[in-house]
Design a protein. Structure first.
Length: 129
């Protein structure tokens, strides 16, 4: 009798609908501030202040601006399905940014660019509230 109950319970569990955990996409809108540490193709090390403004976000897609030379450049980006990794590209640049959401008000963004003007830089950015 106990074996039949266990078998019946196993069948019931196996036929239940499978529910996937659906984490909510993090909100990246707002102003993010930090300092980028970089190295260039000319083997020069440097630091620069960075301001990222995410103007609008719909689901995992977003757009805004990045300011690192005094003039804001347009960016467009996406958040991956893991809700931790994101990418953006500068609209007028060849490079791309790969990033990680570290917490609700902290991200790390790394810019990579190849070619004659190659550079690699990373910045931990904090959302200004």
């Amino acid at each position: 009798m106990q074996t039949k109950l266990i078998a019946l319970a196993a069948i019931l569990v196996a036929t239940l609908p499978i529910r996937r955990a659906s984490a909510e996409t993090p909100d990246l809108t707002g102003s993010w501030l930090g300092k980028a540490e970089q190295v260039t193709a000319q083997w020069e090390f440097g630091e620069r202040d960075v301001v990222v403004s995410i103007v609008e976000q719909k689901g995992g897609r977003f757009y805004g601006t990045i300011t690192h030379h005094g003039t804001p450049d347009k960016i467009v980006g996406v958040i991956r399905s893991d809700n931790k990794t994101f990418y953006w590209v500068d609209v007028n640049d060849n490079g791309q940014v790969q990033g990680q959401i570290l917490g609700p008000d902290q991200i790390e963004a790394c810019h990579l660019e190849a070619g004659d003007h190659a550079l690699a830089s990373c910045a931990v950015l904090t959302r200004k509230r």
